[in-house]
Design a protein around this ligand. Structure first.
Ligand code: NAD
Ligand code: UDP
Length: 388
């Protein structure tokens, strides 16, 4: 329940504010809206081209927070209402982006426009109108680790300074231009630099968030159910789709890349701390991830297979995974981040935030949701018509 007297980390009372949330209809936006509406008194101007994932917060009429959220169907590429909405708010949070790897090498222009060009007016309006900005970047700005350039069995690969990613120290290492995978990371890096420069030269109050594989319910779509049949979402939805259809999970290039996964509900706590503690968050770039939840993609597939068998009651396949080449799966120009472990020093010091949920637990609640939400629809979509 929304507590009437919320205090910040320094014991000061938090005044309700108005937040312009761009991309509010997406995965992260929908969880952030839920959290803000149920636990605070802040008001949300929710901006997106879609609202399916926040429909439950907008309807039916008479919801307890009905006067604190308004949905604005606005495409920020070309809508003159954007500046007015930013001016009406105390804080803008920009989540809007094309952010699925399958798009980075196949739609590099859309990716660069979405992640850099379309974000420019948002930064400009915030800067010109003296409004605070929380901008969503990505852990992918780090690119590859320094350690990945060492021979496979080199002892320095075990040294954390060769792979742990630190906001104020690690370099950003991308592949060559023809590896168009890096179009996203490069666009995100340039908008980070622009925001940082607006802060330095024009006094923009900003916070930059670098999410490290946030996962949970409502992430992306299940192809052929609530998204295009040929669409390729991020790994959680790809593997969920395979499990729902009783197909082997596809391991790109053997699934040797490593990731750390954080539960969306833990990560949203960090964002709320940023919103409500501007003096501690302004001027900072924050890694938000769970360094304790590291697995290879192959291990993730094995774990998801086990968890899904438990939650669905269906035995797993005899051969639960299959290897595919990245060229076959993503096409020409794909490349990968080898390993992503976030350093937590800055977010710990500034906001005292720590993730709580283990990978097993977050997969259990997420796959329970996937099964409940999609199993019947997938069954119907795959059912063979009965011969008459
Ligand atoms: P998402 O695709 O679910 O949400 C993005 C939302 O932005 C969508 O609802 C989309 O409709 C909206 N949008 C895109 N272009 C728009 C436009 N022109 N006008 C209005 N709305 C537009 O993605 P998400 O996972 O919620 O990610 C949100 C942000 O976090 C993105 O900036 C992404 O790059 C970043 N991020 C997320 C993760 C993660 O783990 N989920 C990791 C790294 C970075
Ligand atoms: N991946 C995979 N099979 C799939 C989907 C993704 O092996 O069906 C791999 C992908 O190559 C990458 C990792 O899983 O190494 C994570 O992919 P995701 O799309 O979640 O995004 P990323 O973490 O690369 O930004």
């Amino acid at each position: 329940m929304a507590s009437p007297t919320r205090v910040d980390l320094d014991g000061n009372q938090i005044k309700p504010i108005t937040i312009c949330m761009i991309g509010a209809g997406g995965f992260i936006g929908s969880h952030l809206c839920e959290k803000i509406l149920s636990e605070t008194q802040h008001t949300i101007l929710a901006v997106d081209v879609y609202n399916d994932k926040v429909k439950h917060l907008l309807e039916p009429a008479g919801l307890p927070w009905a006067d604190r959220i308004r949905f604005h169907r606005v495409n920020i590429k070309h809508d003159s209402r954007l500046e007015g909405l930013i001016k009406m708010a105390d804080l803008t949070i920009n989540l809007a982006a094309i952010c699925t790897p399958a798009d980075y090498n196949t739609r590099p222009l859309d990716t660069i426009y979405s992640n850099f060009i379309d974000a420019l007016p948002v930064v400009k309006y915030c800067s010109e109108n003296g409004k605070r900005l929380i901008h969503f970047s990505t852990c992918e700005v780090y690119g590859k680790t320094i350690g990945s350039f060492l021979p496979k069995d080199h002892p320095l690969r075990q040294d954390p300074s060769f792979y742990v990613l630190k906001e104020d120290a690690s370099p950003c290492i991308f592949g060559p231009i023809e590896k168009q995978r890096w179009s996203y990371a490069c666009a995100k890096q340039l908008i980070e630099r622009l925001i940082y420069a607006e802060g330095a030269e024009n006094g923009l109050e900003f916070t930059i968030v670098r999410p490290f594989n946030w996962i949970g319910p409502r992430m992306d779509f299940i192809p052929g159910v609530d998204g295009p049949s040929e669409g390729v979402p991020r790994v959680l939805a790809c593997f969920s789709n395979n499990l729902l259809r009783r197909e082997p999970l596809k391991l790109v290039d053997g699934g040797q890349s490593q990731r750390t996964f954080v539960y969306i509900k833990d990560a949203i706590e960090a964002v709320l701390l940023m919103i409500e503690n501007p003096a501690r968050a302004n001027g900072h770039i924050f890694n938000v991830g769970n360094p304790n939840n590291e697995v290879t993609v192959k291990q993730l597939a094995e774990m998801m297979t086990q968890v899904y068998a438990n939650v669905s009651g269906e035995p797993s396949l005899e051969e639960p995974t299959i290897d595919v080449s990245s060229k076959e799966f993503y096409g020409e120009g794909y490349d990968d981040s080898d390993k992503r472990i976030p350093d937590m020093t800055i977010i710990n010091k500034q906001l005292g935030w720590n993730p709580k949920t283990s990978l097993w637990d977050l997969l259990e609640s997420t796959l329970t949701y996937q099964h409940r939400t999609y199993a019947e629809a997938v069954k119907q979509a795959t059912a063979k018509p009965v011969a008459s």
